[in-house]
Design a protein. Structure first.
Length: 124
């Protein structure tokens, strides 16, 4: 399946022995830790060591549903590779995007860091 470009990710990882077996057996590229699940429970460092297996392991660890600062602190302590969730980037409305786009601050940022690759329709 990898030759076809399919990446295997384990969503909602709980740390069970069966899931650890699948990570090793299938050589899964990504493991997603649901931070709402691990808020009340502590994740053992042995579990993370089993996921990484070696320094050359291709398995990336993701922290999903990061909604509290405590989730971010836990992800940092566990040396998670990537984080995503509401705390990382809160959704913004189209109106807010237009306000940001029209602001002097946004214009100053775009003038300091001009984008070299313009799209066909002229967007910056």
């Amino acid at each position: 399946m990898r030759r076809l470009g399919v990446l295997l990710h384990l969503i909602n990882f709980t740390g069970s022995a069966e899931q650890l077996h699948w990570i090793q057996e299938m050589q899964i590229e990504g493991v997603h830790l649901n931070m709402t699940f691990f808020r009340e429970q502590s994740l053992s460092h042995n579990v993370l060591a089993n996921i990484r297996r070696s320094p050359y392991s291709q398995t990336q660890i993701y922290a999903s549903n990061v909604g509290l600062v405590k989730d971010l602190e836990n992800a940092s302590a566990w040396q998670v590779d990537h984080c995503y969730g509401g705390l990382m980037m809160a959704p913004i409305s189209r109106h807010q995007m237009l306000q940001i786009n029209d602001s002097r601050i946004a214009k100053a940022i775009f003038s300091l860091h001009p984008h070299q690759n313009l799209s066909q329709n002229g967007d910056k």
